[in-house]
Design a protein around this ligand. Structure first.
Ligand code: PBG
Length: 341
């Protein structure tokens, strides 16, 4: 047999009937090529330094959680066998400045939360985002040049800060450092810094192909950077018109030492996920982002379609496209559906 085309496809209808395998439920189950399980899921959690749980208007069903209440959601995730959580802070505006200084406070909200989770459930993976946007008054992921007319996001200067942000997060107990900032060269720099600080087993998940996407709108609402974001992120996040460029981004991050590659957003970018997985054969994660959650959730809340069914369909499609892990705000719901069989 030279290639797939030489497979015996000479049979055709009526001998071949594709519906034969689909006829019975047990048979459909046996034919499944991809199966979602709770251990594919990563739960993003919004934490807040205010003292009460606050709903996120643009993400119905999701709230920002104060540190004191984090143990409830972690306990729930653990019970449902979710293997990892990703932390995103909403900090009060008086802690934000142009430099994003609070990112380097060893006692900041993310560090305190990571320490607390590690004590409570040592076996759950903790993923910490590396980027300055929750901490900067201008809402950008990096430092700004002081050209008032057309401020540039400074690449190399930002990396110096991200290195320190990564180290303090690793010290606080982060298992996976997840740079989401899209600066060039940051993966290699962070890997070196982690190794030198004796964190050689701390994994790096690179947001390698991260597109400048309007689907992040509700997330920015959640962390409070929507109101303050100056301009857009198009000089560092990717143009949604491009696909080859994603392969170059991923190749560079692998070379620099990324352990896991991530594609983001998810549903509109399944082609990228599929290409990246089949090209590099790396552990490849996908992020079903806030706007995707809101879209599905709002339609389901209006009974435009069945909530549980679209959750399972959208997540299984990521697996089909090649995802090894899926960050999704539906993680708890999906794990519950899976548990109930
Ligand atoms: C921060 C970051 C963003 C998301 C994850 N990390 C937003 C952005 O880049 O503006 C988006 C996640 C989501 O929309 O769910 N760099």
């Amino acid at each position: 047999m030279k290639n797939n085309k030489d497979l015996n496809y000479s049979m055709s209808f009526p001998q071949t009937r594709m519906r034969r395998n689909r006829l019975k439920s047990w048979s459909r189950k046996l034919m499944k090529e991809n199966i979602l399980s709770a251990s594919d899921l990563i739960l993003p959690i919004f934490i807040t330094d205010s003292n009460k749980k606050t709903p996120i208007t643009s993400m119905p069903g999701i709230a920002r959680i104060p540190l004191e209440q984090v143990s409830d959601i972690i306990g729930h995730a653990d019970e449902l066998r979710i293997q990892a959580v990703a932390l995103f802070p909403e900090i009060s505006s008086n802690l934000k400045d142009v430099m994003g200084s609070e990112a380097l406070n060893k006692n900041n909200l993310v560090c305190r939360t990571a320490e607390k989770i590690k004590k409570q459930v040592p076996n759950i993976g903790i993923i910490c985002d590396v980027a300055l946007d929750p901490y900067t008054s201008h809402g950008h992921d990096g430092l700004l040049s002081d050209n008032p007319k057309d401020p540039e996001i400074l690449n190399d200067e930002t990396i110096k800060v991200l290195i320190n942000q990564s180290i303090i997060q690793a010290q606080a107990g982060a298992d996976i450092i997840a740079p989401s900032d899209m600066m060039d060269g940051r993966i290699g720099a962070i890997r070196n810094a982690l190794d030198q600080a004796d964190f050689k087993n701390t994994q790096i998940m690179s947001y390698a192909a991260k597109y400048a996407s309007a689907f992040y709108g509700p997330f920015r609402d959640a962390i409070g950077s929507n109101k303050t974001l100056m301009g857009n992120k198009k000089t560092y996040q990717m143009d949604y018109s491009n696909s080859n460029e994603a392969l170059r981004e991923v190749a560079l991050d692998i070379k620099e030492g990324a352990d896991i590659i991530m594609i983001k957003p998810g549903m509109p970018y399944l082609d990228i996920l599929s290409r990246v997985k089949s090209t590099f054969l790396m552990p490849t994660f996908v992020y079903q982002v806030s706007g995707e959650y809101s879209m599905l959730s709002v339609a389901a809340d209006n009974n435009f379609f069945d909530r549980n069914a679209v959750i399972m369909e959208s997540l299984t499609c990521f697996k089909r496209a090649g995802a090894d892990g899926i960050l999704t705000y539906f993680a708890l719901e999906a794990a519950q559906i899976l548990k109930e069989g």
